[in-house]
Design a protein. Structure first.
Length: 67
């Protein structure tokens, strides 16, 4: 993988990780306020989807090496 491609992926990863943290903070705030459980569940689902995307990008950077 080219250095530029890897740098681009790392930039996307940083943005996704920040968004993941933002969702985490929003979910905690919603729970403290006593927001509707369905809304909290939807936010958690979006957060999990972000985590899956993060994992996919991390797998592109770190190749799967069979030892």
């Amino acid at each position: 993988m080219a250095d530029q491609e890897q740098a681009d992926i790392r930039l996307v990863l940083a943005k996704l990780r920040q968004e993941h943290e933002d969702y985490d903070a929003a979910i905690n705030a919603m729970i403290q306020v006593g927001c509707d459980a369905l809304r909290v569940q939807r936010m958690k689902k979006k957060k999990l989807s972000l985590k899956d995307k993060i994992t996919q990008f991390e797998d592109q950077i770190v190749p799967d090496i069979i030892a």
